[in-house]
Design a protein around this ligand. Structure first.
Ligand SMILES: [Zn+2]
Length: 76
């Protein structure tokens, strides 16, 4: 089992479900599934904060979907 990490927003106590990584070379914020290990330039976000994410001026946001086996309404 993976270790639960909290959302990186200070006032937030929800568990993180996504990892935000800033790619400075491309001015891109990449939001993907929670990474296995914390990384220096990444931030863990809960689903609320991941959903509300907005990129800084001049930056773009790339959202990467969670793996299929974590999608709750997928299958049948
Ligand atoms: Zn949060």
């Amino acid at each position: 089992m993976s270790t639960l990490r909290p959302c990186s927003r200070q006032t937030c106590r929800r568990p993180a479900v996504a990892t935000l990584t800033y790619v400075y070379a491309d001015s891109m914020a990449v939001l993907g599934p929670l990474s296995g290990a914390p990384e220096p330039h990444s931030y863990d976000l809960c689903e609320v904060h991941a959903d509300r994410l907005s990129a800084p001026q001049g930056w773009s946001v790339l959202r990467i979907s969670a793996p299929a086996d974590e999608a709750p309404l997928f299958g049948a």
